[in-house]
Design a protein around this ligand. Structure first.
Ligand code: MD3
Ligand code: FE
Length: 213
């Protein structure tokens, strides 16, 4: 036990096997992380992607990294070129990489080097229905998720769609690390709380770091 390693984390909650919520892990860095978003968005840009069925995702998003997650009429996939700009996604900022690697290490996954960072923006009324993340090639790598701004209710289900999800409140600067065997659980975001966060206003940002290829 090395207590000093846990100094930044107010609470550590085990969500399930291989999945841990590090409460407030990003608190010291949060303002700087949020401060990186406008310059990244100026290169790529938040957009509501289309779905295969012609709908529109209510979460606004873009990626940084060598590859990025996209959805359109052809379905979901990762690609190195941003379809909106026809150029590569912006690089993942070094402070993003450091935070993601630090959280992964604290959760028991040393040496985490993500190649994709999805930047999600949830405005009031935005929800993300229950789903699994299965578009990544390497399911043995963990996923690191950083919540910024307004709090939300996270839905944490099981390995079968019909498993009734549990609800967890995720707060500003909370970091969740999901590895095997919880990597493929169904999950979603139920509702973003109303109100105004001093750093993000009415919205919640989520940075999701993955090894996609
Ligand atoms: C749980 N994003 O982008 S955190 C997504 O808050 C996504 O923006 C949510 O689900 C958000 O796909 C949830 C990220 C997350 C990613 C993968 C998971 C949560 C996960 C895999 C298993 C369990
Ligand atoms: Fe997901």
């Amino acid at each position: 036990m090395q207590p000093d390693l846990f100094a930044d984390t107010r609470s550590r909650i085990d969500l399930g096997p291989g999945a841990v919520l590090l409460g407030g892990f990003a608190l010291a860095e949060a303002e700087a992380l949020i401060g990186e978003i406008p310059a990244l968005a100026a290169v790529s840009g938040f957009r509501h992607m289309e779905t295969r069925s012609g709908g529109r995702l209510s979460v606004a998003m873009f990626n940084c990294g060598e590859t990025g997650w996209v959805s359109d009429r052809r379905g979901y996939r990762y690609q190195a070129i941003d379809p909106r700009t026809d150029r590569p996604w912006p690089a993942i900022p070094p402070r993003f990489l450091a935070l993601a690697a630090g959280a992964a290490a604290q959760a028991g996954y040393p040496g985490f080097v993500p190649d994709a960072c999805l930047v999600n923006r949830y405005d009031a009324e935005t929800k993300l229905s229950l789903h699994q993340d299965m578009d990544e090639r390497d399911h043995s790598a963990p996923i690191v998720s950083v919540s910024l701004g307004q709090a939300a209710t996270f839905l944490w289900g099981g390995l079968s769609r019909s498993d009734r999800p549990r609800r967890h409140r995720v707060l500003h600067a909370d970091v969740v690390v999901w590895g095997e065997p919880s990597r493929m659980v169904f999950h979603g975001v139920d509702s973003v709380e109303r109100g105004t966060h001093p750093l993000t206003g009415p919205c919640r940002y989520n940075l999701t770091f993955r090894k996609a290829r």
